[in-house]
Design a protein around this ligand. Structure first.
Ligand SMILES: NC(=O)c1ccc[n+]([C@@H]2O[C@H](COP(=O)([O-])OP(=O)(O)OC[C@H]3O[C@@H](n4cnc5c(N)ncnc54)[C@H](OP(=O)(O)O)[C@@H]3O)[C@@H](O)[C@H]2O)c1
Length: 200
């Protein structure tokens, strides 16, 4: 069975991005605070993390077969210049295929018939590997649809005060999670994993 997980770097007050101030330099400080080189599929993007976090990222990349993201993130990154840094196909959930892009490509597949269809499509692409879904509106919808198996948090000791929560606008709270099933202490970040307790 293909596992569906969501993961995000999160501030201690529960935000994955600060819509007002940016705040990325605080959230992603751990991508540059170590001496172990972590290359990505983008030759212009190499991280330098602690050895512990480098292993954490390598394991994640190894396990992941496809991603599901929302249109906002796709637009913000301009489609990661054509290929996601994790070097896996990305299913983009949107109402419209963006101009200049094919509906179906090796790197991006645009799904316009909802979240469940997007997860089905990503599972087919991922095969035995995991499907990773982005935090924000996508993680929330996947959780609400009962399709989410695990939540991974890279917890950073910063308080952003405002921004986009990991589970934005969740309608089915409270949702109980089991764990942590993994606790890994990096430098300026703690890598945590939880299992979603299935309802009913
Ligand atoms: N901290 C971290 O680790 C981390 C990592 C990556 C990203 N991020 C942050 O995550 C945030 C993600 O943004 P977000 O959650 O606000 O938006 P998002 O999920 O990226 O995109 C939302 C958009 O996706 C489309 N969409 C979503 N669900 C849909 C559905 N069921 N059917 C059709 N279209 C649908 C809609 O766009 P259309 O109507 O235009 O089609 C919607 O406005 C960003 O702020 C980014 O910076 C954080």
């Amino acid at each position: 069975m293909t596992k569906v997980t969501t993961g995000a770097t999160m501030s201690l007050d529960g935000y994955i991005a600060d819509a007002t101030h940016g705040g990325f330099e605080h959230l992603f400080q751990w991508y540059g605070n170590g001496d172990v080189e972590v290359p990505t599929a983008d030759p212009d993007m190499t991280w330098h993390t602690s050895a512990v976090s480098a292993k954490h990222i390598r394991d994640l990349v190894e396990r992941t077969g496809a991603l599901v993201v929302g249109r906002r993130l796709f637009d913000m990154t301009n489609g990661w210049g054509g290929r996601h840094p994790m070097d896996v196909p990305v299913v983009v959930v949107t109402h419209h295929v963006p101009e200049g892009w094919e509906r179906e490509g090796d790197s991006f597949v645009f799904v316009t018939d909802g979240i469940e269809a997007a997860v089905v499509r990503a599972k087919a692409i991922a095969g035995d590997k995991e499907v990773g879904v982005n935090g924000g509106t996508i993680a929330t919808q996947v959780l609400e649809a009962g399709l989410l198996d695990e939540v991974h948090v890279d917890l950073v000791p910063v308080l952003l005060g405002d921004g986009i929560p990991f589970f934005a606008g969740l309608k089915i709270a409270p949702v109980q999670l089991e764990g942590p099933t993994r606790v890994v202490q990096g430098n300026g970040v703690t890598h945590l994993a939880y299992r979603v307790r299935k309802q009913g």
